[in-house]
Design a protein around this ligand. Structure first.
Ligand SMILES: [Zn+2]
Length: 426
């Protein structure tokens, strides 16, 4: 009976291309969060016509939400003939800035050599389109299914997901009583299943000094030299300690299969002048130096430990270094999330990949976070993966594209997953 599904998806190739192009042509840039209402209305029209009950939900009061840039989301649900499990496909509708280096119109949705180009093509309008085609073909070929299917299009994933999935989770949309299986069609390659992601901890560290004339630095206290000591301590102690830790998380690429830390920015002393300023700097000992750190951590590391490790190094300096003083301001934190390999959604999608592509899937975890964190922590729904077409490395790059064959294959995988979970053939 899955031949019916296969044929139904094969017949929708042109539809899939047209849908992907339409989605790319709505420039949902974030920041600031443009055209969210437009893309929700587009999806509303499409899904309502296929028997879905839809709700447009604005995440009032979340970061960035304003009358000029409202955070709109859509949740569409279609019930089967009898109660049963609900399978939910969640895609973010926002895309990141265009950046330089494009050779095609980033919102033109140019189709060439079996690929569709555009900002968001792979991350993740191609995945959204593939899931819609999979669901529509499934409904056509298995109209007597049980349970329910949901499709959501959500805002702000690229800026933390607070006006999107986090908001919906707070409203109960990811309550495990209501939804049992979640697939997020992020571009993780069509033969890989992404089980989760590392955590993140972001903080600003300021070292303090005392301003004085630059010709007599001994009369002041140089905050930049104090920051040098902080970075020195990171180099000597923190980086080697992080590199020595091992994880069971199958993070890709390999280099991210450990704790990492990026020093995001550094600034000390006088503010930098505009590029066209031709004057010379005044001679001052800097009384402040600031860095922002971006620490990514593993399921094996509790957030407390991540935080304490940095604070302990700063306290050590305070005890050993003359006049050392600092302030640490936490900016944000996200806990890691990992779905069990034995979880039903993992097993089902794995079998579907084997059936469609004749190969065993690779299990991976993402170096950066995505909306799974909110479904896990706020929704308390653990049966969630990322699976979708597109090459991860193309995300956020110029000339981003998604392969049409890849979308077709992953639509077959998503469709088969529905057959297994929502019909007796499964
Ligand atoms: Zn994405």
């Amino acid at each position: 009976m899955t031949t019916l599904l296969r044929t139904a998806i094969d017949a929708k190739r042109d539809d899939l291309v047209a849908l992907t192009c339409d989605l790319i042509r709505i420039p949902t840039l974030n920041p600031p969060g443009e055209n969210y209402r437009d893309i929700c209305e587009y999806l509303d029209k499409r899904l309502s016509a296929h028997g879905f009950e839809t709700r447009l939900i604005r995440a009032f009061g979340t970061p960035g939400d304003s009358d000029k840039y409202p955070r709109w989301n859509i949740v569409a649900r279609r019930e089967g003939r009898a109660p049963g499990d609900c399978v939910h496909f969640n895609s973010h509708t926002d895309v990141v800035e265009v950046g330089r280096g494009w050779t095609v119109d980033p919102f033109g949705a140019v189709e060439q050599d079996g690929k569709i180009y555009g900002r968001g093509a792979c991350d993740m309008k191609g995945g959204l389109a593939a899931s819609i085609i999979a669901v529509e073909a499934f409904i056509e070929s298995h109209g007597d299914f049980t349970g329910a299917i949901e499709i959501s299009g959500t805002a702000d994933e690229e800026s933390g997901g607070y006006g999107g999935v986090a908001y919906l989770a707070e409203q109960g949309y990811f309550n495990p009583e209501r939804v049992q299986h979640v697939i997020i069609p992020e571009p993780l390659n069509k033969d890989r299943i992404c089980l989760g992601h590392r955590g993140g901890w972001w903080a600003e560290i300021e070292t303090k000094g005392e301003i004085a004339h630059g010709s007599m630095p001994f009369l002041g206290d140089c905050a930049v030299r104090h920051m040098g000591a902080v970075i020195g301590a990171f180099e000597d102690k923190l980086f080697p300690a992080m590199a020595a830790r091992h994880t069971d998380m199958p993070v890709v690429p390999e280099g991210a299969r450990q704790s990492t830390m990026n020093i995001n920015s550094i600034h000390g002393g006088q503010p930098e002048q505009a590029e066209d300023f031709t004057g010379l700097p005044a001679h001052c000992v800097p009384d402040s130096c600031r860095i922002v750190i971006d620490r990514r951590f593993l399921v094996e590391e509790p957030l407390e430990q991540v935080r304490d490790e940095v604070t302990a190094l700063l306290e050590e300096l305070k005890a050993s270094r003359a006049d050392f003083d600092y302030e640490l301001t936490e900016l944000n934190s996200v806990l890691p999330s990992m779905t069990d390999r034995d979880a039903p959604i993992v097993q089902t999608v794995a079998r579907a990949i084997e059936d469609v592509m004749g190969k065993t899937p690779e299990y991976v975890a993402s170096p950066g976070t995505y909306d799974q964190k909110h479904i896990d922590r706020i929704g308390r729904l653990k049966n969630c993966i990322a699976y979708g077409p597109g090459i991860l490395e193309l995300a956020h790059k110029p000339d981003e594209y998604v392969g049409i064959d890849d979308m077709m294959d992953s639509a077959q995988v998503m469709g088969r997953t529905l057959v297994t979970l929502l019909t007796e053939q499964g």
